[in-house]
Design a protein around this ligand. Structure first.
Ligand SMILES: [Mn+2]
Length: 430
């Protein structure tokens, strides 16, 4: 029997207080959608079946290069992290998998598997880490890893990725995500072409070790930690990598890893069209990078991304199976609360995208009716799908209001009593 970190009684009690109002709201929305030719129950079932992975590093408090302000009851190790991930899934029913980061989460693979299984969780993509030095490693990544000028350093970085694949095999993972911090801080510091050539050569070795049923995701990032240039800086380079490596290689789109105002939904469309969209790291940003909670700044952009995804699904694009993961840094909130809200925002965007009248949209596009095309999207986006999301959670045994139930459970205070405060450890924002 699957263990639940929060007692079922508490969740039931919290849900009972909200159920009557929810049913009324759900019925009212159902009538409205019915007039638009949409079955609310069908949307609810799609939402209930949707999942987004939680990154193990997300349940710890993040930080910036200036400071980190840890919260109470922070996870001490990967086993505490798995328990926190279980809370998120118990209440939202939207996060059935965890994405591990090696070596931060290194432990006996069998113990990891059992710890996840205890809570009914599985493992998503494995993440390698060659953007910082780890205790005992022979060669430093200060000047790069997979693209380093020194062959021995590149070899060490390749070996690390191979180890991640080996660990992932035991855990039932089916993908490896590679993000590197390689790049330069000065014009002239690095030869762009030679660095990229070295990177491709290293990645070919990683790709060769990939099991047949695995996928390799490469993640681009415009800047940071290198501030002048990065080796895998944008989706164009990422696409070239995926093409160069082969059919199991795909591009991963981290929403925050682009310049402000970049049309990300269009990048998503391009990658889908050419069969190379691997998946997402969801988060939000205002000026740059990926530190803000998903949907907190620009929920319309998130919706537009899902509009492309749902469109591709309805067109039955061959091999279309994007992976979804949250990847954000929580500096001022309880990470469990942020991840629950963010998982909800992802499912909200998905539900809204399911409401788009595709026939009307296609007609508007054919007729060059720009205004009504936009309004067709806006109609879906403006629909408050909250009751659908809450009903999907209720039917799946989750909480009608996950944050309220979580706060009522006193989980964080209990964790704080059991887990002594820790300091240090990287924020792990990749
Ligand atoms: Mn990322």
């Amino acid at each position: 029997m699957t263990e639940q970190p929060i007692t079922a009684d508490l969740v039931e009690r919290e849900n009972a207080a909200r159920e009557t109002a929810l049913k009324r709201d759900y019925e009212a929305l159902g009538e409205q959608l019915d007039r638009r030719g949409i079955s609310i129950d069908a949307i609810r079932d799609r939402v209930a079946a949707f999942g987004v992975a939680v990154p193990s590093w997300g349940v710890g408090t993040g930080g910036t290069r200036f400071a980190r302000f840890p919260g109470p009851g922070e996870p001490r190790d990967i086993f505490d992290k798995i328990e926190d991930c279980a809370v998120i899934h118990q209440l939202t029913r939207a996060t059935p998998t965890i994405s591990l980061h090696i070596p931060w989460d290194k432990a006996e693979p069998e113990k990891l598997r059992q710890a996840a299984e205890r809570f009914g969780l599985a493992f998503d993509a494995m993440n390698s880490n060659t953007f910082q030095d780890h205790p005992g490693q022979e060669h430093s990544y200060k000047y790069g890893s997979l693209s380093h000028t020194d062959a021995a350093t590149r070899r060490q970085a390749v070996e690390h990725n191979l180890e991640c694949i080996e660990i992932g095999k035991t855990l039932g993972s089916k993908a490896l995500t590679v993000w590197i911090g390689d790049g330069s801080n000065f014009p002239g510091q690095s030869d762009f072409a030679r660095a990229f050539e070295r990177y491709l050569s290293s990645m070919k070795e990683v790709y060769a070790a990939l099991p047949d049923d695995w996928r390799l995701f490469t993640e681009h990032k415009m800047y940071e930690p290198a501030f002048y240039s990065t080796v895998v800086q944008d989706w164009g380079t990422n696409y070239m990598i995926a093409k160069e490596l082969g059919p199991k290689a795909y591009c991963l789109v981290d929403l925050g890893h682009h310049a402000p105002n970049v049309n990300i939904e269009m990048i998503v469309s391009r990658l889908i069209q050419f069969g190379k969209l691997g998946g997402f790291h969801f988060n939000d940003s205002k000026y740059g990078d990926d530190d803000l909670d998903t949907g907190s700044v620009d929920p319309y952009r998130l919706f537009l991304v899902f509009n492309e995804l749902v469109g591709a699904e309805l067109r039955n694009v061959a091999g279309f199976d994007p992976a979804h993961m949250l990847d954000q840094s929580h500096n001022v909130t309880d990470p469990i609360e942020s991840l629950m809200v963010s998982a909800t925002e992802v499912t909200r965007a998905f539900a809204q995208a399911l409401l788009v009248d595709r026939k009307v949209l296609a007609d508007c596009q054919e007729e060059n009716d720009a205004l009504m095309a936009s309004e067709t999207l806006k109609t879906a986006f403006r629909t408050d799908v909250g009751p659908i999301l809450a009903m999907a959670r209720l039917k799946s045994g989750g909480a009608v209001d996950p944050v309220v139930a979580y706060r009522a459970s006193g989980y964080r205070a209990k964790a704080a009593a059991e887990r002594p405060a820790i300091t240090g450890t990287g924020g792990g924002i990749v």
